[in-house]
Design a protein around this ligand. Sequence first.
Ligand SMILES: Nc1ncnc2c1ncn2[C@@H]1O[C@H](COP(=O)(O)OP(=O)(O)OP(=O)(O)O)[C@@H](O)[C@H]1O
Ligand SMILES: [Mg+2]
Length: 354
Amino acid sequence: MAAAVALQGVSKAFGDVYAVRELDLAIRDGEFFSLLGPSGCGKTTTLRMIAGFEFPTEGSLQIHGVEMALQPPNERPVNTVFQSYALFPHMTVEENVGFGLRMKKVGGTEIAERVKRALDMVRLSHRATAAPKQLSGGQQQRVALARALVNEPEVLLLDEPLGALDLKLRQAMQTELKDLQARVGITFVYVTHDQGEALTMSDRIGVMHEGRLLQVGTPQEIYERPTSRFVAGFIGEINLLPATVIDHDSVRLAGGRLVAAATGVAPGSEVTVALRPERLELYGVNEVIPTNLNTVRGRVTRRVYFGDVFFYDIDTTDGVIEVKEENRPGVDLHEIGEEAVVAWDPAASTVVER
Ligand SMILES: Nc1ncnc2c1ncn2[C@@H]1O[C@H](COP(=O)(O)OP(=O)(O)OP(=O)(O)O)[C@@H](O)[C@H]1O
Ligand SMILES: [Mg+2]
């Protein structure tokens, strides 16, 4: 089956500034796909090209196998939901949702049915006759969603739709959006710069940086197997230690040799070893440590209690390493000033470029 959205070699230049460069991406039918990246990396530009508000400078863009790169927005089977949802204040909820259909001269009975269906989807049928100002921010954003869903798009494009909501409401809406997507089965292309949001909601994530798509994968692949230093550092807490490749399965830190998969990297290359704090363990210097683990010795310089976990900073010859330890019953506490050994399974580390 053709991808819901397929971009091949897509670039977009504004004057001599490239907002998007040589983007190749296939979004599957029914998928919740997120474009994630820092401000200015080209997320909105990519979404606007899929919507038809911008045309690619180069490349091919297909929706369900049909070339769309130069089609106007109204001839594409997509709809967009923006962060600023701008409902018409003088119209009721149902009038807002039905507005586009009335413009298209769809029949009255059909409009009524489709508006009702769309409002059911976002669970707002009971507020059909309310004015927008009588609704909360989250409810208003759901009206904006219904206004897009009423067109029965094959692909729904969402650009930071929850950005204007406060944290609590945003989290509630994340769950609701994810449920809605699973229920209606429409392909969602979701733009966000919030990594937590992308990790919790998406089937797959595409991470963008400076106009380029750096990595596409499931949330777990992106978090656990970053293929670049940028992706490693952008998502979650991580230690990045400078190292030199010895051979395909070992690298050298200032503090000594480590086992780490460095396949495909030439010996002598300068690389970075990426380590998640929660994959590290802390041992006392006199404890027996399983010999298969990598170890780095240092001194405890900070301990922060978060209730369920402790965060430690260990000052080593390779810099400060952050360790996250679960607050299990019987866990050994390490005191500030104490010597300690940071240990981890070699499989828990990732080697990326310097
Ligand atoms: N119409 C335009 N004219 C000129 N430059 C533009 C235009 N639209 C976007 N750009 C530039 O293209 C780059 C990517 O912008 P884009 O809006 O796609 O980023 P973004 O990832 O959505 O960022 P944010 O998270 O801040 O919304 C930026 O450098 C931006 O200044
Ligand atoms: Mg944007």
